[in-house]
Design a protein around this ligand. Structure first.
Ligand code: NAD
Length: 367
């Protein structure tokens, strides 16, 4: 490892995570060869394989490597490979732990309808054409982390499952600030999504967002939607959205829903960012929105574009290479344009292959 070189850590994870990350790494190697990108790439032990070898999902040495990385490329977590790992170890070394440990509170999930894939969407082309939005999901708090949690047996023998939706004002303000800044750099419109008609945590969410807006972001047009309405609006008229700000669970659900605008869950990238430190350094993890897809794992048919577009986000948000990020996004557009729409929709359905789609991006980069 050389001090002034950029450090990239790759965690393919499980299931199709390995397959799609392999394609992202092939593309990363192209940038090293052709664009003078100077990076050290590490593959720290992680996940089911690390557990088998060491009894730990995330050994200390791996965590140290991740903490020193400018960008972490993550594939996917979960699936049958996790069945042998005790729940306590999954909590101690799983993806949720990693997000919390690196304080990756701001999760950016861009959703863009590309002309070449309009027909691949289950929505009508006239509904999805021109959609270009970013969902900003709070990632390290809310119901996925709140205490108390657990399953207990009551005195009368019934069982009760408990989770707690909880937010503090500082957690809301810091992710809202990311969303306002992003909206300011785009069309200047931000829609905050909550359930303030029912949940106190959402009442606080809305109050803090409104306060921050009046104090610092009056130039941004702020609107609010309840999450049930937002889900309906996403499929009714997705073009109305530019930046959506929402909490952990609502962001998780709404972004899978929004994925269908692009025609495949396998097309969506994401960036998870911490706050910058005094030197401007921050932790940054990049991963496709999808999971390990056990139903298609090992068949070589997963769509790698979410992973490849996550690499583009890593170039932009982790490695300071805006031009290379734009080049890669353009190459994905070109690759899609050269494919038949049927092939794109078919990725994940045994009619197109992961490697062929990765190669199409490499060919587009070659020009
Ligand atoms: P999933 O995202 O893995 O799959 C949902 C559906 O989309 C499946 O039919 C799958 O075949 C398809 N799909 C997903 N990615 C695809 C791709 N790249 N190309 C083509 N088709 C694709 O969600 P799931 O089935 O609900 O969960 C499976 C496992 O993944 C679970 O253990 C879950 O906890 C985990 N998961 C992990 C993450 C993550 O790593 N960030 C996110 C979501 C789910």
């Amino acid at each position: 490892m050389t001090a002034n070189r950029l450090q990239v850590a790759v965690l393919p994870g499980s299931g199709i995570g390995r397959e799609v990350t392999a394609e992202a790494e092939r593309v990363l190697a192209w940038f090293v060869r052709h664009r003078g990108l100077e990076v050290d790439v590490a593959h720290p032990a992680y996940g089911p394989e690390a557990y088998k070898a060491t009894g730990r999902m995330l050994p200390d040495a791996s965590l140290a490597t991740l903490k020193g990385a400018h960008a972490i490329l993550f594939g996917a977590a979960g699936g049958p490979e996790y069945d042998v790992i005790p729940a306590a170890e999954q909590r101690a070394g799983g993806l949720r732990f990693l997000r919390k440990e690196l304080d990756l509170f701001a999760n950016l999930r861009p959703v863009k309808a590309l002309e070449a894939t309009l027909d691949a969407s289950t929505l009508k082309p006239e509904v999805v054409r021109g959609v270009d939005m970013v969902i900003v999901r709070e990632l390290t708090s809310g119901i996925y982390f709140g205490e108390p949690r657990g399953i207990e047996t009551l005195a009368d023998g019934r069982r009760r499952g408990v989770n707690t939706q909880v937010y503090t004002s500082d957690e809301i303000i810091r992710v809202a600030r990311v969303a306002f800044e992003l909206a300011r750099s785009r069309s200047g419109r931000l829609c905050s999504v909550d359930k303030a008609n029912v949940l106190e945590s959402s009442v606080l969410w809305r109050e803090e967002v409104v306060k921050l807006h009046s104090a610092e972001y009056r130039d941004v047009e702020l609107s609010h939607q309840y999450v049930d309405n937002a889900a309906m609006q996403l499929v009714r008229n997705p073009r109305q959205f530019d930046v959506i700000l929402t909490d952990n669970i609502f962001g998780d659900i709404l972004s899978d829903c929004a994925a269908m605008i692009t025609g495949s869950l396998g097309m969506l990238p994401s960036a998870s960012l911490s706050a910058p430190d005094a030197l401007g350094r921050r932790h940054a993890l990049f991963e496709p929105v999808h999971g390990s897809a056990p139903d298609i794992a090992g068949q070589g048919i997963a769509n790698p574009l979410g992973a490849i577009l996550s690499l583009a986000m890593a170039l932009r948000h982790g490695l300071g290479r805006d031009d290379d990020a734009a080049l890669l996004e353009a190459a994905v557009g070109t690759a899609l344009g050269r494919c038949r729409t049927g092939d794109i929709a078919a990725v994940g359905q045994a009619r197109a292959s992961t490697a062929a789609m990765g190669q199409a991006v490499l060919d587009a980069l070659e020009g």
